[in-house]
Design a protein around this ligand. Structure first.
Ligand code: ADP
Ligand code: ASP
Ligand code: MG
Length: 441
């Protein structure tokens, strides 16, 4: 069985939904199809929840009305029969009534997550009903029945595998199994999600659970580019990536993939193919176990990074200093991304800053602390084993005019990372593009 995932733009209009349906039914092979919310919907739901948080249900109401009107207008465009129009209109109206009800409750994180879940619930129902109207043997598998995260927010693989199997066995003989991306339940059984962009993660979790032959992630671009096309001119698609390389790129900011979605596919050995819904015959990018030797593949950037430098003469020739530093970050459940050390100090970067004040307070007991906000990690990914001499020089040389706060190399065979100010991000990315990829072409 193959797993196909379509992102927000791919199901962004009734026309696009029809294209997706054609695409998934063309070759007649059975598929699990993961769908995102229609583009813009989750952002609107975030805005609605934000009004509720601020105690302004009227503000929330205005966006709900606008969104509901938009969805109602899609119905006659999508369905041919009055019967299906009526049935889907009713379904969508009920979901919007739910949103209204949630907005009248006292705000909490779980109310927000319920509101955020509605986009995928609407899009999957719309597409399933369209397929049914087209006489395709399609069924909707509710993600809230099998997708689950544990107390640490990590996917509960055992639960997912067992409950997904149950859902599939309970619905034998269908050609297309539609399901919601992004949404799940947490350890307490409440509605939760896999973080923004999480539909990619849903797809690879399903792929790993059923040992799919391939997971295809369909989006609005022809695969992973060698640099961020939103900031850099002249980027080109990368045809093949190793699991490790793509995991690094996703984690360090390549928005085309959810930051951790490659992990389940890598562990299960399920290849991931990135494809363009707007250009289905373009080759896209294949992510698998193969390693193309001796090349730099791509560059990515992760924004809003905080750097913390701890300087202490006590570190000199003393053991246990780094252990003390790390245990403080561990105590506050704050992961460290980059680290560099010297005789008298250590610099680390973090992405999650909710416990920063408490961390700094503790660190000040063991050293002098400097915090820099709004930094950016630039990550250069490829075959960067030490035998491949010269690659680090090319990357560093490209950044000769950019102030570098940290450099990290050797943690894996696949990356060299630079910490710079976010103000320098665009020119740093362009300089790397012009130097590395111009040289390798
Ligand atoms: P979807 O809604 O289908 O999940 P996303 O917006 O999450 O799509 O991801 C696709 C977008 O990722 C592209 O339109 C592109 O702007 C952006 N992007 C950022 N970095 C890269 C990269 N290295 N290669 C391709 N696309 C990238
Ligand atoms: N709809 C969710 C979001 O916008 C999940 C996704 O699109 O992958 O973040
Ligand atoms: Mg996405």
């Amino acid at each position: 069985m193959q797993v196909f995932k379509f992102g927000g733009t791919s199901v962004g209009t009734p026309e696009r939904m029809k294209d997706v349906c054609k695409l998934i039914t063309d070759d007649g092979t059975p598929k699990i199809v993961v769908l995102s919310a229609m583009s813009g919907t989750t952002n609107s739901l975030v805005e609605i929840a934000d009004y509720v948080r601020k105690g302004n249900p009227e503000g929330a109401g205005i966006i709900i009305t606008h969104l509901r009107r938009k969805y109602r207008a899609h119905i006659p465009e999508l369905y041919a029969t009055e019967e299906m129009r009526q049935c889907t209109r009713q379904l969508i109206d009920n979901i919007f009534l739910d949103i209204h009800d949630l907005c009248s409750l006292k705000f909490s994180d779980s109310i927000e997550k319920e509101i955020l879940s509605k986009g995928e619930l609407i899009s999957t129902n719309m597409v399933t009903n369209y397929l049914k109207e087209q006489h395709v043997k399609a069924v909707l598998i509710p993600a809230l029945e099998y997708m689950k995260i544990d107390r640490n927010g990590e996917p509960d693989m055992h639960y997912i595998r067992e409950h997904l199997k149950h859902q599939l066995n309970a619905n034998p003989g269908y050609d297309i199994y539609i399901t919601q991306g992004f949404i799940c339940r947490n350890a307490a059984g409440e509605v939760d999600n896999l973080q923004r962009g999480g539909s990619d993660y849903t797809a690879t979790l399903i792929g790993a659970s059923i040992r799919a032959e391939e997971v295809q992630i369909w989006t609005d671009i022809d695969g992973m580019h060698n640099n961020d096309p939103r900031f850099v001119e002249g980027t080109t698609p990368v045809r093949q990536l190793n699991f490790e390389e793509s995991a690094e790129l996703a984690y360090f900011g390549a928005k085309i993939l959810h930051p951790t979605c490659i992990q389940p596919a890598r562990i299960a050995g399920v290849p991931v193919r990135l494809k363009n819904t707007m250009d289905p015959f373009a080759p896209g990018t294949i992510i698998n176990n193969e390693m193309q030797e001796g090349t730099i593949k791509a560059v990515a950037a992760k924004d809003h990074i905080t750097a913390i430098k701890i300087v202490s003469s006590r570190m000199l020739l003393a053991s246990g200093f780094l252990c003390k530093v790390f245990s403080i970050f561990d105590k506050y459940k704050t992961p460290i991304d980059m680290i560099t050390t010297s005789e008298v100090g250590v610099s680390v970067t973090i992405d999650k800053t909710s416990r920063l004040a408490a961390i700094v307070e503790r660190l000040k007991k063991i050293g002098t602390v400097q915090v820099d906000h709004e930094m950016c990690i630039i990550c250069v990914v490829g075959d960067l084993r030490s035998e491949n001499t010269g690659f680090e020089t090319v990357a560093t040389e490209a950044l000769r005019d950019v102030p570098l706060r940290m450099i990290s190399y050797g943690g894996s065979n696949h990356n060299i990372s630079f910490l710079i100010s976010m103000d320098d991000k665009q020119r740093a990315l362009q300089a790397l593009q012009d130097t590395i990829f111009a040289k390798s072409e």
